[in-house]
Write a protein that binds this ligand. Structure first.
Ligand code: AMP
Ligand code: GLY
Length: 418
């Protein structure tokens, strides 16, 4: 098969690395890719947000299967354009991608299918939103809905903070906005990844990430500084509860609305007293959660993604080894604020690449025979082992072998489970 993966981060490096291991994969192209991906696949310079450009590329290269990594091309309808032209695609339609793009949409779906989640209300003006917060009290969560989605979440400790967040959204640069106010949920967060083929759903795996930039979960939020899988807090019983009360009802409601969800559903969950509630959905693999999942799944992922795209998940199963994986993100100093690009990363050649240790590249490019940093999150050092401690040791051994003074990482990834 000729396979095209869209994206160029650590998630796509991990996907490419795992898919490459499957004998069904003949030719593998990743667009745009990065310096690490170039070691396992061809990289193609392509504007992955352009439906026309992606379609033309897929036609010219006789692509049999397209795997869409990030959310932006999904929200831009690239999967629809490809499917309409007859391509086999892994990734939801633009309509179904609203489960990530719109907080209010997800809340409406949860209400319609009675899925447990935080109580919520939506406002289109600041005064009613402020009055609601005053009546509810703090802590409370304020989320921008619409185009700023994903960037505008404030977990407010005080009514004052919540009011400021509301004002910022309505004064903001985002144009027409609405705000979703949610009950603050206490508990432990974990991520659950489920394949959905439009009708059926298959639990793929669990992970936990570390969103804050600093050791001890301090400092500003990031896209994720590390992750590990499995997430012990998501017991089999809890996974069953989530499948029965949240995931399957969501899939059924989406199908009922004529927008069946086909792809990976990433359920962010809050767990307390042996019960899980939905925090949010994403419509793609998490980054860096994908790295730990792929490290554990290996080449079978291609068969699973194909079954998902072809609507034949029923009867499929995931072969899990009794193993653990852990990944540590190396980021450019300054991230998630401003950071410099172009610094040289050394020591990568000394790293072994096996099914137990892989440094996936997140933001790198090759320049004059050297690897340079091109992003905020730059490398994801990933280890696997029989225990989480072993995976942890292997991941940090990679970190310690990399010579990159302009980078940093958290030293405590996995602390909660270790
Ligand atoms: P979201 O973009 O909706 O995932 O929100 C980002 C982060 O804010 C989540 O990962 C949670 O840590 C936190 N968060 C969001 N909604 C809530 C909620 N209702 N209660 C508590 N924490 C929340
Ligand atoms: N690591 C969080 C995300 O991918 O959204």
């Amino acid at each position: 098969m000729n396979i095209l993966i869209l994206g160029g981060g650590g998630r796509e490096h991990a996907l490419a690395w795992a898919i490459r291991q499957n004998p069904k994969c003949d030719r593998l192209i990743v667009a745009p890719g990065n310096a690490g991906i170039a070691n396992v696949a061809e990289c193609a310079d392509l504007n992955i947000l352009s439906r026309a450009e992606v379609l033309e590329f897929a036609q010219e290269n006789a692509i049999d299967f397209v795997v869409i990594g990030p959310e932006a091309p999904l929200a831009a309808g690239v999967s629809d354009a490809l499917r309409d032209a007859g391509f086999l695609v892994f990734g939801p339609s633009q309509a179904a991608a609203q489960l990530e793009a719109s907080k209010a949409f997800t809340k409406e779906i949860c209400d319609a299918c009675d899925a447990p989640t935080a109580a919520w209300a939506r406002f289109t003006d600041a005064t009613s939103a402020r009055d609601y917060v005053t009546a509810q009290g703090a802590p409370i969560v304020v989320k921008a809905d619409g185009l700023a989605a994903g960037k505008g979440v404030t977990v407010a400790e005080t009514i004052d903070q919540a009011h400021q967040a509301i004002d910022a959204i309505f004064d903001g640069e985002f144009g027409e906005m609405s705000v979703v106010i949610e009950e603050f949920m206490e508990g432990e967060e974990a991520s659950f990844f489920i394949l959905c083929d439009g009708t059926d759903c298959l639990a793929l795996g669990t992970a936990q990430d570390h969103k804050r930039v600093g050791d001890g979960d301090t400092g500003p939020n990031t896209g994720g500084m590390g992750a590990y899988s499995p997430a012990p807090v998501l017991t089999d019983a809890l996974q069953d509860q989530v499948m029965a009360q949240i995931v399957r009802p969501t899939a059924a409601e989406m199908a009922r609305r004529g927008m069946p969800f086909q792809g990976v559903l990433y359920a962010g969950l809050m767990i307390k007293d042996g019960r899980a509630r939905l925090v949010e959905y994403n419509v793609r693999f998490g980054d860096p959660e994908c790295q730990v999942l792929m490290m554990r799944l290996g080449g079978q992922i291609l068969d699973l993604l194909l079954a998902c795209a072809e609507g034949r998940l029923t009867g499929m199963s995931v072969n899990w080894a009794d193993d653990h994986a852990l990944t540590v993100v190396m980021a450019a100093q300054g991230y998630p604020g401003g950071y410099q690009k172009g610094s040289i990363i050394k020591g990568l050649d000394s790293l072994s690449e096996t099914s137990f240790e892989m440094t996936f590249h997140a933001g790198t490019a090759a320049e004059d025979g050297q690897v340079i940093a091109t992003g905020g999150r730059v490398l994801t050092c990933t280890g696997r082992g029989a225990t989480l401690a072993e995976a942890h040791r292997r991941a940090y051994a990679q970190v310690d072998a990399i010579d990159w003074p302009q980078g940093f990482c958290r030293r405590d990834i996995g602390w909660r489970a270790l």
